[in-house]
Design a protein around this ligand. Structure first.
Ligand code: GCW
Length: 705
């Protein structure tokens, strides 16, 4: 009797306990068993085994991933064999010279998947190509596309597809909102956290092939012999997944570490120090990728400290790399205190240096001229430095986009900048084509995403932050993919394959960035966020360490109107763009509303293309933007039956905070700007019930140390 009761109790427990909660650790590589048996069967018929020569660590990683992924999805073991022999119905991995692959020539990392003698062959000119092909095949299954008769081929459009970590040696992450750094420096090189491998798998699955492991506000520590050993251990984990390691370097390292009295790039001892350091790095890490440099920016030292320019500095480092196969990515994010318009500064410092850089140097430019705002016009350097390969830098960590609290899918933001037309060589000279090298025929091309990854169990804090890591990698590989298609893929691989829920969620992701813009900085407002922490609204900020760290510097609200006049009557930053762009944005009557206040000081009473006055349009956007967060909540709730309960609850709670804070932004901004516009909140909206003073107090709270 007792036994029977215990048995019944156990049975009950098994029946009611939910399946293992989804803690997000597995990202989009979940590989859960396909629920439908018939569907599973279909895939199983063509995935009975994996045949791989397994001659390199990369090939072994590829076959292990297929084994793990297919095994999980099909719910049955998938053996790996050395060769298919006469067997059919399996997957064959093969590295072969491009000549043997039919059709379009493949780049070194490009793969092809095709059927041959009832097997599916994954091939490419290098083992890395085969690794990417393996992940592409898995993606087919994960997104429930057919495998039988599959014929796919894809090459990356951009050569260096980089994640930039802003991780510090003490384990903190600058602008990181997902816990601390994933790199455990005190354990390295002896202990290799298994998490490094899962990180490398995730990167490889979207084609990321380079990792800058440390903050651009760099510590010299990474260049010490002790730390080079640690970095080498990490490189060893990333290598089988096709990723090279790069370091951000501290310009004054020859002084701090080398005991030299100078870091002047033209000083022979300095050159010698960097050349020896490069040799030491390549000795330890034969495939070391190179250096990323933030110099003479926000207090970092640099060549200008010695009367030299950015090219002098970058070229010295390029020469120090010498015969080694590495590059220098030199950041153009510079702005000095006291300028009339920060918008123009990087251009003024860098554009005249076009043509002066060593062939191993790329200049890394943020997507917009100020700093990763929720919406910026494209950086005027794109299209203005034809002789220099430019790296596009986007930010995946949501420094200005609500940290890990607000749901913002960045696919649309990244696409918007990629598709912006610079007109550098006539229409169609998009930022994407400048960056991938096709406009100016560059051999080198690169794109970088500032990582949003940390030690949180789910890697990105906000579960939907994972979609931004994913989307960045997919767009770095192929910028022609649509942001909606990427959202759909990610949703199916990560959240659910239930078709109606996929539609609901994809739609939600697709709108989320515009919604964020509407309730924070609509119509081209920018840089009106909380001081230093960059969270919440603070449009009244008028005093800071520097004028260009305030909000009033950017919005220029007065009794007449709002916005920064960057036309010829103002700072004339617009003149940095090609005439066709100037035409598009130069006239306040025709400038797209999304960029309006970036370029024009518009009277409050001016009627816009929507039929509303500027004031009414501004208020409308703040109100409808904040309301749209309720729409996001409803979408999420609609998809609930298809979602893991724990994940559902996590995002639902974050959306509640997001709504509260959208109202905070709305009230702060309409009440503050109303003091200039001196007009009522337009119908049908009801004025905020709290006062501007209430809100200022709340914001002050967030600024308390
Ligand atoms: O956006 C600003 C950030 C800084 C960052 C800097 C940069 C790494 O507020 O934290 O420093 O940009 O990109 O260098």
């Amino acid at each position: 009797m007792l036994l029977r009761n215990v048995f019944l109790l156990l049975l009950c427990l098994v029946a009611v306990s939910p399946s293992r909660a989804d803690d997000g650790y597995r990202l989009w590589l979940k590989y859960d068993r396909i629920a439908d048996a018939a569907e599973r069967q279909q895939y199983a018929r063509v995935a009975q085994f994996v045949a791989s020569p397994g001659t390199t660590p990369v090939l072994r990683a590829a076959s292990a991933e297929l084994q793990r992924g297919l095994g999980g999805l099909l719910g049955q073991p998938v053996p790996v064999v050395a060769s298919a022999g006469s067997r059919t119905g399996g997957i064959v991995l093969r590295v072969e010279a491009p000549a043997r692959a039919a059709g379009q020539p493949l780049k070194a990392e490009g793969y092809r998947i095709f059927s041959e003698k009832n097997n599916l062959v994954i091939t490419g000119p290098t083992d890395r190509a085969v690794l990417y092909g393996a992940f592409a095949l898995l993606r087919q299954v994960q997104t429930r596309q057919p495998l039988a008769g599959l014929s796919l081929s894809s090459s990356p459009r951009i050569e260096y597809r980089m994640l930039n970590h802003w991780d510090n040696p003490n384990g903190t992450v600058e602008r990181g909102y997902a816990g601390s750094s994933i790199w455990k420096w005190y354990e390295l090189p002896e202990r290799l956290d298994p998490r490094y491998t899962d990180y490398a798998r995730a990167n490889a699955s979207v084609g990321i092939n380079g990792v800058v492991i440390n903050n651009v506000n760099a510590s010299a520590r990474y260049l010490s012999a002790e730390y080079i050993g640690k970095v080498a251990a990490l490189a060893g984990v990333l290598r089988p997944y096709g990723q090279r390691v790069y370091l951000s370097v501290f310009w004054a390292a020859p002084k701090v570490l080398g005991g030299l009295s100078t870091a002047d790039p033209l000083d022979p001892a300095v050159k010698q120090w960097w050349a020896a350091k490069s040799d030491e790095l390549y000795q330890a890490i034969p495939d070391f990728g190179g250096f990323l440099v933030k110099a003479n920016s926000e207090g970092e030292p640099g060549p200008q400290d010695y009367g030299r320019n950015h090219a002098d500095g970058a070229n010295m480092l390029a020469q120090a790399l010498g015969r080694h196969d590495g590059v220098v990515m030199w950041r153009a994010f510079v702005y000095k205190a006291g300028s009339a318009d920060r918008f123009k500064q990087a251009y003024e410092e860098f554009q005249p240096l076009d043509g002066k850089f060593d062939p191993k140097v790329l200049v890394q430019v943020k997507n917009g001229p100020i700093d990763f705002m929720a919406r910026e016009p494209f950086h005027p350097l794109f299209g203005a430095m034809p002789q220099t390969p430019l790296v596009l830098e986007v930010q995946l960590t949501q420094e200005y986009l609500g940290f890990a609290t607000h749901l913002v899918y960045l696919g649309p933001l990244i696409k918007e900048v990629l598709e912006s037309d610079t007109y550098a060589k006539g229409p169609g000279s998009t930022v994407a084509k400048v960056v991938d090298g096709t406009v100016d025929h560059h051999a080198l091309s690169a794109i970088a995403g500032v990582a949003n990854i940390g030690s949180d169990r789910n890697w990105t804090g906000h579960p939907v932050g994972q979609a931004n890591w994913y989307a960045f990698g997919r767009l770095a590989w192929d910028h022609e993919l649509s942001s909606a298609a990427i959202a759909r893929e990610w949703t199916k691989m990560t959240l659910t394959t239930e078709p109606a829920a996929v539609r609901t969620l994809t739609d939600m992701l697709g709108q989320s960035r515009n919604i964020y813009v509407r309730y924070t900085m609509p119509l081209g407002l920018h840089h009106i966020m909380g001081e230093s922490i960059h969270y919440g609204p603070q449009p009244w900020l008028a005093k800071s360490g520097r004028p260009d760290w305030t909000a009033v510097y950017y919005h220029k609200a007065d009794s007449i109107g709002l916005g920064f006049d960057r036309t010829a009557t103002g700072s004339n930053a617009l003149a940095l763009y090609k005439p066709a762009v100037q035409q598009e944005w130069g006239n306040a009557q025709t400038c797209p509303l999304n960029y309006l206040l970036w370029f024009h000081h518009v009277p409050w009473t001016q009627r816009l293309s929507t039929g509303r006055t500027l004031w009414n349009e501004l208020a409308t956007r703040y109100y409808t933007g904040a309301d749209s967060v309720i729409w996001l909540q409803k979408q999420w709730a609609t998809a609930r039956p298809a979602l893991d309960p724990a994940l559902y609850a996590d995002v639902a709670a974050r959306l509640q905070t997001q709504h509260k804070e959208a109202l905070w932004w709305r009230d702060a901004c309409v009440l503050y700007f109303q003091t200039f516009a001196r007009q009522p909140i337009p119908a049908p909206f009801t004025p905020p019930t709290r006062s501007l003073a209430d809100i200022k107090q709340l914001v002050q709270l967030y600024q308390l140390k």
